[in-house]
Write a protein that binds this ligand. Sequence first.
Ligand code: ATP
Ligand code: MG
Length: 241
Amino acid sequence: MFPLAARAVTVRLGGHAALDGVDLILDGRQKVVVLGANGAGKSVLLRTLHGLIAPTSGTIEWAASTTRPADQAMVFQRPVLLRRSAIANIEYALAVNGIGGAARQARARDAIERVGLATVAARQARVLSGGEQQRLALARAWSLRPRLMFLDEPTASLDPFAAAAVERVIGEIHAAGTAIVLSTHVLGFARRIADEIVFIHEGRVVERTPADRFFTRPQTGEAARFLKGELPWNGISPSLA
Ligand SMILES: Nc1ncnc2c1ncn2[C@@H]1O[C@H](COP(=O)(O)OP(=O)(O)OP(=O)(O)O)[C@@H](O)[C@H]1O
Ligand SMILES: [Mg+2]
C-alpha cells in the first residue's frame, strides 16, 4: 500500500483538468489533510488516490503496484447507504468482507457506538439526517479495519458536537494504526487534525508542508490568500462576489 505514489497525474473531466500534473508520495505515517477551496479538486484527488478514477495521464502506484489494495477504504462526501437499518449497513459491509457470526455483530455494535449513533442503530439508514449518515458511513468504513482511510469532508454537514465527536474518532482510528488522508476546506478542523497539509488550487498541488508551518508560514501566495479568506474564485475576490 505504501508508498502511495501519484506521478504527474492529470485527470480530465468534462473537458477540464480537475487535476493537473499532481506529484505526491504518501508514506502513511502522518495524518494528511488535503486543503483547498470549493472546486479545487480535493474530491477528485481522493478518488484518484483510492483508485476510483483512472488518471488521464500519469500513474498511481500502491507499493509499486498498479492494483489498488483491498484494505483501504473511502468515506464519500455524500455517502451511499443501503435501504436497511443503520446497524445492518455496517453488518452488510462486514459480511461482504467475510466477517461473520459474533465478530460481525460485535464489530458493528462497537463501530456504531464509537460515532455516537447507538440510539439510532435500528432506524432506516436513509432517513437519518445528513450528519448522521456521514457518521454512519465513517463507522461502516472503520468496522472493516482498513490500513488506509480516505475521508472526504468528514465534518462538512455536522453540528459542532458531532464534528468534535468525529474529530475524536478520526484521532482514535489513526492511533489504532490506520493511515488517514482527509479533505476539508474548514481551516480550524484542518489545523487541529493535520500533521501535514497538501494544499490544492485549481487542480494543482501548490504546497505540501507540515501543518504547523503551513498555518504560520505558508510558502505560496495562493495558500496565504486562502488562509486570509481571500482566495479568488475565477479572479473575483469573495468581498466583490
Ligand atoms: N464527473 C465530473 N465531470 C466533470 N467535471 C467534474 C466532475 N467531477 C468533478 N468535476 C470538476 O472538477 C473540479 C474539482 O472538483 P472536486 O469535486 O474535486 O472539488 P472539491 O475540491 O472537492 O470541491 P468541494 O470543496 O466543493 O467539495 C470542479 O471544477 C468540478 O466541477
Ligand atoms: Mg469535494
